[in-house]
Every structure is written in structure tokens, then in C-alpha cells.
Design a protein around this ligand. Sequence first.
Ligand code: C5P
Length: 458
Amino acid sequence: MKDNFIITIDGPAASGKSTIARMLAARLDAAFLDTGSMYRAVTLAAMRKHADLQNVKALLEVIKTGRFEFTPSPGGMKVCINGVDSTEQIRNPDVTANAKFAAGPGEIRKELVKLQRAFARRYGRIVTEGRDQGTVVFPHADFKFYMTASPQIRAERRAKELAEKGIRVDIDTLQKEIEQRDLSDASRKTGPLKCPKGAIFIDTSGLSIEQVLEELLKRINEGNRKTSSKKKENKKLASVKTVLYKICQWLVYRLCQAAARCALGTFFRVYTVGRQNLPKKGGFLILANHQSFLDPAFIALPINSRCAFVARDTLFKGLFGHYIRLYNAIPISRDRADTAGMKRCIDKLKAGFGLVMFPEGTRTADGRINAAKPGFSMLARRANVPVIPTLIEGAYEVWPRNRKIYTFGRISIIYDKPVAPEEIKKMGERKFGEFLTARLRQMQNEIRIKDGKKPFEY
Ligand code: C5P
């Protein structure tokens, strides 16, 4: 059984639910909530004040101004009204007869439902009984029961109960009263008496109290066994799914890399410098300038360890979304501080991936390198991995931002010396951003001069 739980028992008057709920609560070490007592307490408080029982406002005033305390006690539930123990008095026949005035109006029920939910929050493990517990008050209860018996049997039981207290009543009159209460409980607009969805129906007509209690305990044990084996099955299924997904990711990544190597190798002349700077083991963060749509592929292709990429969350739609997810793309929102996305990046780095990011934030408009936005180095520090400043040059000429189709050409990729997380920490976010921008610009101009292109002025 869970640490905290809610068990509801609904049913008509004198169906035996109070006795059973009290006994069940004792067996399960839970608090017993007798909601009928709440309606009775409001009724008694109103009667003591000589309030007009048919006036909803007057009854609401009684609730607002009165001090009602409902506390679990060894015998069930103790009821105090304005500091006076009224546990016995609320059982008086005149209170029973008048309780319908408090039970009918939706406004009153709303107030008492609040108290019932507060009781559940306070005591955690509860067995509650009433008319609307499984339907309105706790529709998501762990176990719901609905108990009933024929009106004749209920009348006989109630008469016996009263006889034990020395009160003699006529059984036929009692049965009529019970039938009237059934009708009034079942026909009201708010919280009418009915069997809750998913409740276990128990007809107690031919059963003793002990038999009913055993039946409830049996059903609860069966339910617990089912939920725990279901949970185990779900857990197993989830871990199989995760393993299968990881295998798929690995296959897709390797296949795509092989295909991309063939395709890009055929169409472009890709030159790489500094592959020895890439760590052989463990994660690393590649911070590169961004020239074209193909940059992630160009940068990751020469790397043997698996790479992950960061992509705008809006791209993760349909088939393309599935594909990039399998290709280790991590969705990040551009519109807000995406802490969950950042955590996913850190997890990938810690898992030994090379994470490719573009700290300029967007592709260059003219081939130049824009200033790196701060914050990227935080990932390296948090995951304790080095940063590899990486330059891509030539991709802008091949596929600039405003062109629909690419041309053939030469692409250079330079992986610079790693910057250790301790160095980044020493420099601080802003300084590291400036260092990265300056270093990439310097590398770019050096390669441009080598290729016979004009260096950029900054
Ligand atoms: O269960 P008990 O007889 O103590 O309930 C007193 C009255 O409170 C009942 O006549 C019933 O109309 C009302 N009641 C209710 N909703 C509940 C519990 C009791 O309307 N959840």
C-alpha cells in the first residue's frame, strides 16, 4: 500500500458504510472521515442558533461564523462545534431529519467539500464515507467502493442499532424514512448519491460486517498487487524502449554520417586541420562560427566520437523532427531561458558526446564572424569538459543564407587547441566570449589570406 492514499465508500443511509469505513481505517492505520457528520454538524449548529434551515444564506453564515473541528478519534471522528464536543448530539433524530437542508444546496456542499479535501491533505491516508466521495470530492481516489443493501434490511439494521441504545422504533416507519432519504440523496442537483465510475459495487444484504470488511480488504490487496505488477511491467517496457531507441539513434547517426561523408565528399572539397586537438575520450564542446545550413554536418563529419547538435525547438515537427532527434539534435527554445534544454546539453556532454554549438546564435549574413553571445561557456564549465574553438570557412560561399541552392566549392574546418574548463572559469563568461570571437576571426583571416581571399576587417 502507498504511504498516502484515499479510499472512498459511498452508499445510501444505513448501508453499513460508516461502520465498515471506521473498521477499515483502523485496519489500514488511516484517518476515518465521516462526511455525514459534517452535514449533521452544520444542521445542529444552525438549529442551536435557531437559524432558518431553508435559507441558504443563513446556513452559509453559520458555516462562516462557526468553528467546526473534525478530528480522528479512537471511536471514529470527533466533532466539535464552537469548542463544544457534539459527537453524540449530531446523531439525534431531529438532526437526522433536518440534515437534508444542509445537504441539498450546492453552495453549502461546496464549502463542506473544501473541508473534506483539507482533511485528506492533512491526514494523508484516509478512508472516507458519504454520498459523493468517489464522484465529486475524490474522483481520483486510490480505491472506490459503493455499498448498498435493500431498504428493508437497512431498516432492520438501524432498528437493531437503536434498540441497543434503548430506543424503540417501528421498522416500517424507519424503512419509509430511509426510502425518503434515498430519494432526497439521489435526486439533488449537486453531488447526488450514485455509484462512482470505477467503484467496486458491494451488496451487503446477505453479508455480516466481518464478511464485508474481508471483501474490501481482499479487493484492496488484489488492486495493490495489480498496480505494483503493472508498474513493474511499465518500468521494464520503458527500459526496453529506451535501449531500442538508443540503438536506433546510434544506427541512424552512423548511417547518416557514412551517407553524408559520401555525399559531401563528392560535392565539396572538405579540408580539415587540427583533428588531433579533439579529445579521444570524454565529452567536449565545439563552439564554431556559423556560415551555412550544412555547418553541423561539415563540422561533425571528420569527428569520430558521436556528436550532438542544438536546434531550434520549432524544427522538431513531423518526420524531419523525428529524424533530427535520432540524429542527436537537442531542442532549445529561442524565446525563453530554456533550462531543461540546457540540462539535456550538459547530460550529453557528460555522456561523452561532442556537442556542436554556434555561439553567434544565427548564420552570418556576409561571411563575417559576429560576436559570440555569452553563456555558452557555462555548459563546458558545468559539464567539466573542454571547449574546441572551431572555424568553418568556405561554407558561406557554397550556401549563403539567402540562397535556396548550394554551389560546389572548398570548405575548410579547423579545430583549434582545446580550452580547459578551469581556464574558462578563470577568464569568466564575458572575457571568454571575447577571446573566442577574436580567435575565430584571427583563424578565419589567416585561412582567407592563404586561400588568396581578402581578410575581413573588424
Ligand atoms: O451518513 P449520514 O446519515 O450521517 O449523513 C447525514 C446526511 O448528510 C444524509 O442524510 C445525507 O443527505 C447527507 N450527506 C450528504 N453527502 C455526504 C454525506 C452525507 O449529502 N457526502
